[in-house]
Design a protein around this ligand. Structure first.
Ligand code: BTN
Length: 241
């Protein structure tokens, strides 16, 4: 189990950026950086993560142990199980995981995860969870795509309550990273299995049907020509049709 040591900030550009800086300066395994707001919250594939003050939990944890080069790609799926369990605990409602790094409720995204690794020394795992409705601070095009714990359940969960649940579940799940015991929980919550999707890979876009997730948390898809393909997270993104 990891004993997390949180450090709190009122505002940061990005908790991931701050945590990486602290890591390069020798911060220990288990350091957790938490900000009330972020001015440049980062998402996967160069996207932004909207992080208005008080509306969500914006948290990055530093790990130096419990993973190696082979298991680095499992960190995000493992953290996704922890985030889903934490959200379920505080909200009382089931959460699903959209491969590879998003947590969904009611068909919309309420949490994103961005892992950045500097091998072999450390990895930082950044997790953003939308707690309150704050549509006025969200770009119009995201209104129908994102949601919050409040919107889905009517519950007002504070960042502090969410932090407590998240750090507890991260500690539990990350201890199962190498043994891959978290994989069945990841599969069980899959939002994509059975869905028709468009796969975006570099400049390519192609249609597919998601048929499963394997024991390395990779996505198994069936192509229109009947062939099966396995997708590694890397630079690939999947959009539901
Ligand atoms: C995504 O949706 O693609 C991932 C979003 C990750 C957002 C979190 S918020 C806390 C941490 N700091 C960041 O800059 N990003 C992550």
């Amino acid at each position: 189990m990891i004993k997390f040591s949180p450090i709190y900030f009122d505002e940061l550009d990005s908790t991931n950026t701050k945590c990486k800086l602290l890591a390069r300066n020798g911060a220990p395994h288990g350091t957790a950086v938490i900000a009330a707001s972020q001015t440049a919250g980062k998402g996967r594939l160069g996207r932004r993560f909207c992080s208005p003050k008080g509306s969500g939990l914006y948290c990055t944890v530093l790990i130096r142990e419990g993973f190696d080069i082979e298991t680095t790609s499992l960190i995000t799926p493992c953290a996704a199980v922890a985030a889903a369990k934490a959200i379920e605990e505080v909200s009382g409602q089931a959460a699903q995981i959209k491969w590879v790094n998003d947590i969904f409720m009611g068909g919309r995204k309420l949490c994103g995860i961005l892992t950045e690794a500097s091998l072999p020394d450390f990895a930082v795992i950044g997790i953003g969870i939308n707690l309150l409705n704050d549509k006025k601070n969200l770009p119009e095009e995201l209104h129908s795509i994102v949601t919050s714990v409040e919107e889905q359940t009517g519950r007002i969960v504070t960042p502090k309550e969410m932090e407590k649940a998240l750090l507890y579940h991260l500690s539990e799940e990350l201890s199962q990273l190498k043994s891959k015991e978290f994989i069945p929980e990841y599969k069980k919550r899959s939002f994509l299995i059975g869905k028709e999707v468009d796969v975006h890979s570099g400049n390519d876009v192609f249609p597919a049907k998601v048929i499963g997730i394997d024991d390395n948390a990779e996505l198994i898809i069936s192509l229109q020509n009947g062939k099966t393909m396995t997708l590694f997270s890397g630079e690939v993104s999947v959009r539901i049709k």
